[in-house]
Design a protein around this ligand. Structure first.
Ligand SMILES: Cc1ncc(COP(=O)(O)O)c(C=O)c1O
Length: 381
């Protein structure tokens, strides 16, 4: 039965999983301190890049002996740099449970042709880490952005592993605790949890990853954009803000503004709590209804950033068309933008609940989902 449209609307209807909504209260005036038209190699540019690295370390709690670099081509650039530079020294294990992880499998198996065991799980689940051999190099995604499942913690990763762990944490960093001692390579991009801009990636290397870089040269050529060593030594400058090529100082400024906001809400704990509260609002909504459910099968692995939901009502005739119609209606009402499920994922909605999203906006969105659901059920009949 169709129901009346809710009276309240989200003040901010942006629920995209990337680029994600900007920090609350964002305005372009906040970027006035960007050193535009200046060289990124000038003292002022270098200082901004160094500040970005140091503040990232401070907020994320990255150990002092880990390197943090700002690299080209967003999270994809950071992951590719790691795969192409580090893999091949030993067997690899590729873990995938959604579309981006599957992309890394393709790269490693089909492009690099590395001897790899591929472990996959269906959308809604993650692979069993107890079954993974961490004496191989293990590549995985901390939070599956397109499937709404995440690794619950790093407990299954042994401290005394022989292989490296390479973790795509782009939709986890700044919203979830990351166990640095269990991660040798961690990547993310600015456009996700902090609502920054596209184009720039961050690559975090443990001392063991650096040791691999300095003692192993892959058999294939590496383009300049991927090269992190010279003469068998790490190019330390990359990890002090001397970027490989030219970054956007406007994006750097925007990242610094986001980092400052992150500090103002209590740093990592505050950011994690914001995402947790947003996700819980969606989970509770689903639990109280029998026509909608979390795509994540196990609450322990349910994402708190990219919360994916599916429609489970028997009356739905064509699941994909139905979910698309609901998303379209939410968009047309101006209450929920960009929240259709990812193109390769099961039909449903993907509601970004990351730290820049306000809980009041999630709470205001949910009755609209009910409204759009009932409207589409009625429209089918
Ligand atoms: C898990 C994951 N990996 C990689 C990417 C690609 O990120 P980027 O576009 O920043 O390179 C995304 C983007 O959504 C993602 O969710």
């Amino acid at each position: 039965m169709a129901i009346d449209a809710p009276a309240a609307r989200p003040a901010n209807p942006r629920f995209s999983s990337g680029p994600c909504t900007k920090i609350p209260g964002f305005s372009l005036d906040m970027l006035n301190d960007a050193p535009l038209g200046r060289s990124h190699r000038a003292a002022i540019g270098k200082a901004k890049l160094k500040e970005a690295i140091e503040t990232t370390r401070e907020i994320l709690g990255v150990p002092a002996d880990y390197r943090i670099g700002i690299v080209p081509a967003s999270d994809t650039g950071a992951v590719e740099m790691a795969l192409w530079s580090l893999l091949g020294a030993r067997k690899a294990t590729m873990c995938a449970w959604e579309s981006f992880g599957s992309g890394w499998v393709t790269d490693v198996v089909k492009q690099l042709k590395i001897d790899a065991e591929v472990k996959t799980a269906e959308y809604g689940d993650i692979v069993d880490f107890a079954d993974v051999d961490f004496n191989t190099d293990v590549v995985f995604t901390w939070n599956g952005t397109t499937s709404g499942v995440r690794v619950p913690n790093g407990d299954a990763i042994p401290a005394d592993r022989e292989g490296l762990t390479i973790c795509d944490a782009t939709s986890a960093a700044f919203a979830m605790e990351l166990p640095w001692e269990k991660l040798d390579v961690t990547t993310f991009s600015w456009q996700k949890v902090l609502g920054g801009e596209g184009g720039h990636g961050v690559l975090i290397l443990s001392p063991r990853a650096v040791e691999r870089l300095e003692n192993y040269a892959p058999a294939w050529p590496l383009p300049k954009i991927f090269r992190m060593t010279k003469g068998g030594k790490l190019i330390e400058g990359i990890f002090k803000g001397e970027t490989i090529n030219t970054p956007s100082m406007l994006c750097v400024e925007d990242y610094l503004v986001s980092l400052n906001w992150a500090k103002s809400v209590g740093g990592l704990n505050g950011l994690v709590e914001r995402a947790n509260a947003n996700a819980k609002a969606v989970w509770d909504f689903c639990d109280a209804r029998d026509w909608i459910a979390n795509l994540a099968n196990d609450p322990a692995t349910a994402s708190t950033t990219s919360v994916c939901v599916k429609f489970t009502d028997d009356r739905i005739k064509d699941g994909a068309a139905f979910a698309k119609a609901v998303a379209k209606r939410l968009e047309a009402e101006g209450v929920g933008l960009d929240l259709g499920a990812y193109r390769d994922a099961p039909a449903g909605l993907r509601i970004w609940c990351g730290s820049t999203v306000e809980k009041a906006d999630v709470e205001a969105l949910l009755p609209w989902i009910e409204y759009a659901f009932e409207a589409e059920i009625a429209a089918q009949a």
